[in-house]
Design a protein around this ligand. Structure first.
Ligand code: GDP
Length: 361
């Protein structure tokens, strides 16, 4: 699951992305996959890990991770192939959610592509390009599938009906994510990889002093409320400075700034949630580990994240809610307190579940 970072040039995307890669997991720790230069993999900060570690005292700890993709160079006209438009749009299609970086800082030394700093204009420019790109995809598919529909192909008829709805919506400059399509309709259009169906959050890039009394930020926050999209304010410049520090200096620097955690942590958690992800834990003496599943996953699906054999041979899951695990000081205590549940194939995983899977090989 990947979160793409988009935004106009000169809004601070590279600065933020550099902070992500430097705070992130080094490519040498992933010898089995090539990490492209535009991909940053970061651990998801999770305050629940520490208590688990204190109880279990494991040899190893593995937090959940999330992947960011830097999609630089989106400009007005991208959907018509301006700049490196087509390539960038293709990169966005492959992501699962979008973090839209918006400039909310005034700095005469940093040129703004449109000549003035107006976050709402900027957002509209990008959104227009994304919508135009979707429109093109929809038109092409309608032409192709329309022929099949005429000859009575049931699937094509259903698809065309959804696409016509989408076309109207996009014509009104609205993103597909707000159309309220149901699960079946979403499944039908999945192969199209539409961009505006993906969930979006706005990252308002502010100056050091711009977290409060910042009318530019207020504009983005209000837009986020109207669109039901999360807004995270960060100062990319500070984040890139923090990312370079050793842990001890980092803590000192944050205290000086009056911050509890790097803004990056908020960005990472927001991305994780935007991607529709949640965590369950395995807590053994060898390893305490946070695993990632889509919200709404069943127990066998969650087991499949560890190993496909676990899903195939799933028998049941021994589940302890996180709070009970901590309150009862571990598995043994939770069992004695009657807080361990045996769950079957239909069980929907809850965020924070501490789990032991039983399976046949
Ligand atoms: P990109 O084109 O969106 O990738 O933007 P960059 O990350 O390259 O940033 C463009 C310029 O804005 C660089 O000179 C950055 O140093 C500067 N910049 C980025 N974030 C901030 C910020 O929070 N405040 C100020 N004043 N400048 C910033």
């Amino acid at each position: 699951m990947k979160c793409g970072i988009v935004g106009l040039p000169n809004v601070g995307k590279s600065t933020l992305f550099n902070a992500i890669t430097r705070a992130g997991i080094a490519a040498e720790n992933y010898p089995f996959c090539t990490i492209e230069p535009n991909v940053g993999i970061v651990e998801v900060p999770d305050p629940r890990l520490k208590p688990l570690i204190d109880i279990v005292n494991p040899q190893k700890v593995q937090p959940a991770i999330v992947e960011f993709v830097d999609i630089a160079g989106l400009v007005a006209g991208a959907s018509k192939g301006e700049g490196l438009g087509n390539k960038f749009l293709a990169n966005i299609r492959e992501t699962d959610a979008i973090a839209h970086v918006v400039r909310c800082f005034d700095d005469g030394n940093v040129v703004h592509v449109a000549g003035k700093v107006d976050p709402l204009d900027d957002i509209e420019t990008i959104n227009t390009e994304l919508a135009l790109s979707d429109m093109e995809t929809v038109e092409k598919t309608l032409q192709r599938e329309g022929k099949k529909a005429k000859s009575g192909d049931k699937e094509a008829i259903a698809l065309c009906a959804v696409l016509e709805k989408i076309q109207k919506w996009l014509d009104e400059s609205k993103p597909v994510r707000t159309l309220g399509l149901d699960a079946d309709q979403l499944q039908l259009i999945k192969p199209l990889c539409l961009i505006t169906v993906k969930p979006v959050m706005y990252l308002a890039n502010v100056d050091e002093s711009g977290f409060e009394n910042n009318p530019l930020l207020d504009k983005v926050v209000n837009l986020g409320k109207a669109e039901n999209a999360p807004v995270v304010a960060i100062c990319a410049k500070i984040e890139s400075e923090i990312a370079d520090l050793e842990d001890e200096d980092k803590a000192m620097f944050l205290t000086e700034l009056g911050l509890e955690e790097p803004g990056l942590d908020r960005v990472i958690r927001a991305a994780y949630s935007l991607l529709g992800l949640q965590t369950y834990f395995t807590a053994g003496v060898k390893e305490v580990r946070a695993w990632t599943v889509k919200r709404g996953s069943t127990a066998p699906q969650a087991a499949g994240v560890i190993h496909t054999d676990f899903e195939r041979g799933f028998i049941r899951a021994e589940v302890i809610a996180y709070e009970e695990f901590v309150k009862n000081k571990g598995e043994q205590g939770a069992k004695e307190a009657g807080k361990m549940r045996l769950e079957g194939k239909e069980y929907i995983m809850q965020d924070g579940d501490v789990v032991h899977f039983r399976f046949n090989v």
